[in-house]
Design a protein around this ligand. Structure first.
Ligand code: ADP
Ligand code: ASP
Ligand code: MG
Length: 432
């Protein structure tokens, strides 16, 4: 490649309707001379809608087709605003959704996660076809690339692990020629495929990670993710007032915050970029001229306090049935099983008679894990908890966060405090 390659990623919010897609095209107009690979997620809340189809089909509750209609109708309404009636995108998108209809005609697959990936991936396939066709209609030459030809994963459905060597050579094989020829390359986030060509997904919100995979494999000069916020903020603006934008942060800081729940970037995104020192910009699609946040290796050690909140947490208090110490061989057995049940451990504490872990409470994993260890261990589970991670904390801020909450676990490191909190049940004073 003669020109440096840049990677852009547009998430669901940036393409949620026709107006939003026009805005994306406008941003891209300003980069028409660049070698751009663009990663796009499903439109708006499409993935949630597709998940409903999968659940309905698995439960055979007869509502799968209704949920499919809702998703399809939205896509067709958007297309009617963007394209003339005779455009062949209508037939293309119809064919894309037919894949789901075929799945629904069959019995639900025994492997729920497999079925999930085959159906849910359609969101990204549809959105990218629409956006690519729209860019081409504006004379922004765009090559649609099927990410499943590039991103190879193992067959852990719903959480595919990337097979890097294969993915790297495929990225170069499929993306370089169209970039060299002066087209944009536009592809899907979130999806990949196994060596048997079955579709896999990389985990919810995984499109940022897809963009990082392409950045790594194509030795990109930079990656930019376009969001509905001005950049990385000191906390989620949906949860906190008075947040401020961070102009520059290190990869390390970004990893710490995203791993513990700062939803602005998918946690797996940073590592591939850091490994090749590819800078990441987080910018606003609402204010594309704004400076955004610049994430790199450059050292910046004067950070304001930052807060990440991870909801849907559960703690498991595990002790041996005979009240002997929880010894190393117990821990080894427990960790083995936590890996098997894919429990993500966010915090842990080991005392003489119990071992406590705080994990993400996703689907029925906690229940299945505790069922499995019941015979050998006693388990007490606390649910509906919140994990708050504060970097560069100040004491008064911590006091504020603890207000009206019970602190179940607390851990302090020099720059980080983590609190697992439970709401104090509200007691309402009786009248009279
Ligand atoms: P996408 O459209 O790419 O899927 P998301 O909605 O997943 O984007 O992520 C953007 C959202 O992340 C923001 O609207 C904001 O509410 C939330 N968010 C959480 N923590 C932060 C943070 N520290 N800085 C900025 N945004 C944050
Ligand atoms: N569409 C997928 C999701 O909603 C992936 C992504 O948006 O990053 O989880
Ligand atoms: Mg998202």
């Amino acid at each position: 490649m003669t020109q440096p390659i840049k990677i852009f990623k547009f998430g669901g919010a940036s393409i949620k309707d026709a107006q939003a897609i026009r805005n994306v095209a406008e941003i891209l107009q300003n980069h028409r001379e660049e070698a751009l690979l663009i990663v796009v997620s499903a439109m708006g809340k499409t993935t949630n809608g597709l998940e409903k189809i999968v659940q309905a089909h698995a439960q055979r509750n007869g509502q799968a087709y209704e949920h499919l209609e809702v998703v399809k109708n939205h896509h067709f309404a958007v297309m009617r605003e963007l394209f003339p009636a005779e455009h062949d995108i209508f037939a293309q998108i119809n064919d894309t959704f037919v894949e789901i209809e075929w799945s629904l005609e069959e019995d639900p697959h025994d492997n729920y996660d497999f079925m999930y990936d085959q159906i849910v991936s359609v969101g990204e396939l549809a959105s990218t076809k629409i956006v690519a066709a729209f860019l081409n209609s504006l004379d922004l030459k765009t090559h649609w690339l099927d990410a499943r030809d590039v991103i190879r994963t193992d067959n852990l459905y719903r959480e595919g692990w990337v097979l890097w060597d294969d993915t790297l050579s495929r990225a170069q094989q499929y993306a370089l020629a169209p970039l060299e020829a002066g087209s944009f390359v536009l592809t899907q986030g979130f999806i990949g495929s196994t060596s048997e060509n079955f579709t896999t997904t990389l985990g919810r919100e995984g499109s940022d990670y897809s963009a990082a995979i392409f950045s790594y494999c194509l030795d990109a000069e930079s990656m930019t993710i376009w969001k509905d916020v001005p950049g990385v903020l000191t906390a989620d603006p949906r949860l906190f007032e008075n947040v401020t934008k961070l102009d520059r942060i290190t990869y390390k800081e970004a990893i710490e915050m995203t791993y513990y729940g700062a939803k602005v970037i998918h946690p797996k995104t940073i590592k591939p970029l850091q490994n090749k020192s590819i800078p990441l910009y987080v910018k606003s699609f609402i204010d594309p001229k704004g400076s955004g946040t610049y994430i790199s290796t450059e050292v910046e050690d004067n950070y304001p306090p930052m807060i990440a909140v991870e909801q849907n947490q559960a703690t498991l208090h595990i002790s041996t049935r005979d009240f002997s110490f929880v010894a190393e061989h117990h821990l080894s057995e427990l960790f083995q099983l936590m890996a098997e049940y894919r429990l993500q451990v966010n915090m842990m504490q080991n005392t003489a008679i119990s071992f406590v872990v705080c994990v993400n409470d996703i689907d029925d994993r906690v229940a299945r894990f505790s069922q499995r260890i019941q015979e050998r261990f006693k388990v007490r589970i606390d649910r509906n908890l919140e994990l708050i991670t504060v970097r560069h904390y100040q004491e008064e801020m911590l006091a504020n966060l603890r207000r009206r909450k019970i602190v179940l676990l607390e851990e302090r490191l020099p720059k980080t405090v983590q609190l697992v909190l439970k709401n104090i049940p509200m007691m309402i004073r009786k009248e009279g």
